[in-house]
Design a protein around this ligand. Structure first.
Ligand code: GLN
Length: 549
């Protein structure tokens, strides 16, 4: 069978949840027994989001094969069994990069290189680059219809309908149907305009997904259908929800998967959504509660820690608990006291770059260590835990990472200037190297120490976890720190890179150099998050016992 393509565009405004809508469509089709692959096309000029600030772009999601991608790929992996790769996300920057280097090599044989057909051909080639065994490819086009920069992408998918035919391509458009209070009415005009704009560039959507506060009534759906030239049952409400994992269930109720499979002429079974119902129920009415402090720099922008927030929810699901996150700005700790950590059940320090708020995070780690509060450090969080232990347990005054202090007398975290990448190639870098693409990126093997917290959590001797960092633990300090109770419980197969550290004599103090949050799923919570939440629940229980006494 040849794969079929579903193209998802967005209109009216951004942030309507196109990523979640695409992921939910993938989930519904999987629940029908189909194999899906999801792709995100980003119209911006950056080659990848790796160099963008999380304030601008939200989290950078990392795939197994080391691509730095859009955070929507995180939703795709959490909602479906598809595994993202370099093929799953591309940008205008990448497309132009390829076309221009081809032109420089003289491969266009003297012709004038143009947006149509050369740029659009390259976009089509990348869309059509699909893994074997896939039935349906869900392709999300970033941006909003009407943006100048997304035009070549829309032109490419318009052409693909002609190239592949109607039964092999489907256009879904996500719009907003706002409720206007003063008129006490929902308004369909923005949707009509957005579809008109799409039609002007040659795309007639087959299905409209309308984001709205409430379910749209049939007369409203009929009106939208009439004005937008779609079938009446092709107008689907995407009602606002509190829990993102409800979206596939809602789409199913609205008949979206039925309509998609009918239009694409696919025979498949009715979806089995029982596992979705189950997790939504657990999230809605958990038996327990726990409060975790997330001490970071980007706490005002939740999108910067998207996967992390989800992984904590998953850790909660595994323990039948609601995880309440207390966002603590590390700069505020620096300028004030640690009061914000009062009564907390667990402390988590996420990954990050740059030296803002670093000392506040180190102070939070010290607090967790001394008060025996469960502590979980991720990437930068592990590096700072090492610094805290070095300074305060090993007495290495002014120990630091060379990322923040090049002249530290004790560079316990440092830049490895020669390293082997995932493809076994020797790489060189120093502090002057390009910022883009020079990190340790993607999944690396990590061997676990018997009897450690990590080994108990994973119940495996070796795991693969995803990385995104330049700096590493400096093994020259291993002995000194081990003498103070720190243990390396996860290590690279060649024994050169510390991947997990733990602290003896503390109920749960674990930090890892990788980003476990990228691999957590609602149906398969990450073992480290599961155990961290479990330890935090235990701490909470013990605290309440002390209070009673
Ligand atoms: N800034 C640190 C490094 O590059 C940590 C990065 C991270 O937390 N992802 O090594």
């Amino acid at each position: 069978m040849r794969q079929k393509f579903i193209f998802i565009t967005g209109g009216v405004v951004s942030s309507l949840g196109k990523g979640i809508a695409s992921a939910s469509i993938g989930a519904l089709l999987e629940a029908r027994g189909l194999t899906v692959m999801l792709k995100k096309l980003d119209p911006y000029i950056n080659v990848d989001p790796g160099t963008m600030s999380p304030f601008q772009h939200g989290e950078v999601y990392v795939t197994d094969d080391g691509a730095e991608t859009d955070l929507d790929l995180g939703h795709y992996e959490r909602f479906t069994n598809s595994i993202g790769s370099k093929k799953s996300n591309f940008t205008t920057g990448q497309v132009y990069d390829t076309v221009i280097s081809r032109e420089r090599k003289g491969e266009y044989l003297g012709v004038t290189v143009q947006v149509i057909p050369h740029i659009t051909d390259e976009i089509k080639k990348r869309i059509l680059d699909v893994d074997d065994g896939i039935d349906i490819v869900v392709v999300e086009i970033g941006g909003t219809v009407g943006d100048i920069e997304s035009l070549p992408f829309l032109e490419a998918i318009r052409q693909l309908r002609n190239d592949l035919g109607k039964e092999y391509t489907l256009f879904i458009h996500l719009t907003l149907v706002p409720f206007i209070k003063s008129a006490d009415e929902v308004k369909t005009k923005p949707t009509q305009h957005s579809v008109k704009e799409l039609r002007e560039i040659g795309i007639q959507p087959d299905i409209l997904i309308c984001r709205a506060e409430k379910f749209l009534t049939q007369p409203i759906k009929d009106k939208i259908a009439l004005f937008c030239n779609v079938e009446k049952d092709a107008v689907i409400t995407a009602k606002d929800v509190d829990i993102i994992y409800e979206v596939p269930l809602l789409f199913y109720k609205e008949g979206l998967d039925e309509k998609i499979t009918r239009l694409l002429n696919i025979w498949s079974r009715k979806p089995d959504l029982s596992k979705w119902e189950k997790i939504v129920n657990t999230i809605k009415s958990p038996k327990k509660q726990v409060e975790i402090a997330l001490v970071g720099k980007y706490v005002s922008l939740k999108d910067s820690y998207k996967s992390l927030n989800e992984a904590l929810v998953h850790g909660g699901i595994a323990n039948n608990a609601r995880v309440n996150i207390r966002y603590v700005d590390s700069e505020e700790i620096e300028s004030g006291t640690l009061e914000q950590l009062d009564g907390i059940d667990g402390i988590l320090i996420p990954g990050g770059f740059g030296d803002r708020g670093i000392e506040g995070k180190i102070a939070a780690i010290k607090y967790a260590r001394e008060h025996k509060i469960p502590f979980f450090g991720l990437c930068l969080g592990m590096q700072l835990a090492v610094i805290e232990i070095s300074r305060n347990l090993a007495g290495l005054k002014d120990a630091h990472s060379t990322e923040f202090n090049e002249n530290t007398p004790y560079p316990v975290i440092y830049l490895i200037e020669e390293w082997i990448d995932r493809e076994n190639r020797m790489q060189k870098r120093d502090k002057f190297s390009n910022k883009g693409g020079t990190m340790r990126l993607g999944a690396y093997k990590c061997l676990l120490k018997q009897g450690s917290l990590a080994h108990k959590a994973y119940m495996q001797d070796a795991v693969f976890e995803r990385h995104r960092h330049r700096y590493e633990f400096n093994m020259a300090f291993r002995k000194t720190l081990e003498d103070c109770g720190m243990e390396i419980t996860g290590i690279s197969p060649d024994g050169k890179l510390a991947e997990i550290i733990e602290l003896k004599g503390h109920p749960w103090f674990l930090a890892c150099q990788f980003h476990p949050e990228f691999k957590s799923k609602p149906f398969d919570p990450h073992p480290l998050f599961k155990e961290f939440i479990k330890a935090s629940l235990k701490h909470r229980q013990e605290k309440s016992k002390w209070k009673k006494k």
